[in-house]
Design a protein around this ligand. Structure first.
Ligand code: GAR
Length: 201
C-alpha cells in the first residue's frame, strides 16, 4: 500500500478530498503525514480530524530552504513515504527534496500548464481573459510547475466569473482529479518516459 505525505500551506480542501477518497473508495494508499509551513493553516485541523500526523515548521526558523528541506526529507524517510503530494504547498522547492523523490512527487496546479504557472493561476487566467482554463496534475521536477503532465481537466471561464466563482468550479474539478491520479499511481498504472506520461489499464 502506497504511503503518502501531503504538503499544504492553507485550507487543505485537496487534502480533505484525497483523505475522503482513500477512506471511502478502494484506493490502495494511506496518508501518513501532512507537512505544513504555516502553523495556523486550516489543513492542520483537517489532518487532526482524520487522525493523521502533522509536521509543521516555520521557514523563518531556518537560514535556507535547503536547511528545512533536509529535516523534512529525514522525516519522510523515517515514515517510509512512497509518494509526496503537493496540494497547495506555496513554497519553492529545491533539489534537496526533488532529487530523492524524483518520479515520486506530484503537484496539483489550478491552470492548464504550461500556461499560468506559479502563484495565483486562477487570477492569472481571469486577468488574461482566457475562455478555458482548468487543472493540471504533474510530476515535480526542478522547475516551477514544469514536470511531466499526468492529467488535465478543462474548466470554462464564464462571462461574469469573479476569482471566487471560478475558484469554486476549479476546486470541484481538483477534488475529483487528484484522487483519480493517486488511485492510478497506487495501482502502478502510471509510467513516465522523458516528458511523456502513460496511463495503462
Ligand atoms: C489549489 O487550488 C491548488 O491547485 C493551488 O492551491 C490551492 C490549494 O487549495 N496550488 C497552487 O496554486 C500551486 N502553485 P487547498 O488548500 O484548499 O487544497
Amino acid at each position: 500500500s502506497l504511503r503518502i505525505a501531503v504538503f499544504a500551506s492553507g485550507s487543505g480542501s485537496n487534502f480533505q478530498a484525497l483523505a475522503e477518497a482513500i477512506r471511502d473508495t478502494g484506493i490502495n494508499a494511506s496518508i501518513e503525514l501532512v507537512v505544513c509551513d504555516k502553523p495556523s493553516a486550516y489543513v492542520l485541523e483537517r489532518a487532526k480530524h482524520f487522525n493523521i500526523e502533522t509536521y509543521t515548521f516555520r521557514p523563518k526558523d531556518y537560514s535556507s530552504r535547503e536547511d528545512y528541506e533536509r529535516e523534512i526529507v529525514a522525516k519522510l524517510e523515517r515514515e517510509r513515504i512512497d509518494l509526496i503530494v503537493l496540494a497547495g504547498y506555496m513554497r519553492i522547492i529545491t533539489d534537496v527534496l526533488v532529487e530523492p523523490y524524483c518520479g515520486r512527487m506530484i503537484n496539483i496546479h489550478p491552470s492548464l500548464l504550461p500556461v499560468f504557472p506559479g502563484i495565483n493561476g486562477i487570477g492569472q487566467a481571469l486577468e488574461y481573459g482566457v475562455k478555458i482554463t482548468g487543472v493540471t496534475v504533474h510530476f515535480v521536477d526542478g522547475g516551477m510547475d514544469t514536470g511531466p503532465i499526468i492529467a488535465q481537466h478543462a474548466v470554462e471561464v464564464e462571462e461574469n466569473d469573479s476569482e471566487e466563482t471560478l475558484a469554486a468550479r476549479i476546486h470541484r474539478v481538483e477534488h475529483e482529479l487528484l484522487p483519480k491520479v493517486v488511485g492510478w499511481i497506487a495501482e502502478g498504472q502510471v509510467s513516465v518516459t522523458g516528458r511523456k506520461v502513460t496511463i495503462t489499464n
